[in-house]
Write a protein that binds this ligand. Structure first.
Ligand code: 6PG
Length: 247
């Protein structure tokens, strides 16, 4: 497990998402106070849905929606209305239920050619963060999940994007799914001020044991180590059930 990682364990899934929502709000409030805006990259898949619903629900009054800018850590190579779309998931769980100015949401146009979509999103990041040619964007928060094979975002074991050291966003062929994905790269993930992994449920216990107790596994999610930022893994009791370390 990456040394600087902090593991926060709560008993239930409900407590996990409440804790994650509180952290989100805390980071958002601080960023808006310090810089006037909060830039977050959302994770996809199923785990974060409940967090997004909480943010748009009971936590809605505490989120500075007009100063929060939503990006995505990755996207499937599908149209935005496809059931597989991460944007669709976030829209159904949060955007459609919260006062988010449409201009604050930066969707990956993954319905296009994947390479072009990646280039376009990289350009969007460069413009939004006003980056010099060799500069990296620094997200205030990047939300991540972990897949059963240890992937995170769309950085899958054995995929070409694992070796990307310059680009911010790439199209990444995922052999196991026989499809392209569009994903932020490790340089961007590891330049974040705060990275929060969320893991919930017993089906994550096996991969969390690999991630935390088998450094030699060299899994993509183990390579997320913000150089000048905080790394926090938030998990419920079921997800850490197989860990050696006391948690
Ligand atoms: C995606 C995510 C991916 C996800 C993991 C875990 O596009 O699917 O970015 O990295 O976080 O696969 O997915 P679950 O939360 O569904 O277990």
């Amino acid at each position: 497990m990456p040394d600087p990682a902090e593991l926060r364990v709560v008993d239930t899934a409900a407590e996990l998402f409440r804790a994650a929502a509180r952290e989100f709000v805390s980071l958002a409030s601080q960023a808006v106070k310090d810089k006037g805006r909060f830039c977050v990259a959302l994770s996809g898949g199923s785990t974060p849905k409940k967090l997004y619903s909480l943010l748009a629900g009971s936590e809605a009054k505490a989120v500075p929606w007009d100063r929060t800018y939503f990006f995505f850590g990755d996207e499937r190579h599908v149209p935005p209305d496809d059931p597989e779309s991460n944007h669709r998931m976030a829209n159904e769980a949060m955007f459609s239920k919260a006062p988010v100015p449409p201009g604050n949401i930066f969707r990956i146009h993954a319905e296009e050619n994947a390479t072009l979509a990646a280039e376009e999103y990289e350009d969007t990041l460069r413009k939004f963060f006003d980056l010099a040619p060799d500069q990296l964007p620094r997200f205030d928060l990047i939300l991540l999940g972990v897949g059963p094979d240890g992937h995170t975002a769309s950085l899958f074991p054995g995929s070409a994007a694992l070796n990307e050291t310059k680009r911010l966003v790439v199209a990444n062929w995922v052999e196991k799914f026989k499809t392209d994905r569009i994903t932020l790269t490790f340089p961007v993930l590891n330049n974040a001020a705060f990275v929060m992994f969320l893991a919930s449920g017993s089906d994550k216990a096996g991969i969390l044991r690999e991630v935390f107790d088998n450094p030699a596994a060299n899994l993509p999610s183990q390579r997320v180590r913000p150089e000048h930022g905080q790394l926090v893994w938030m998990a419920d009791r079921e997800a850490v059930g197989l860990l050696r370390r006391a948690s």
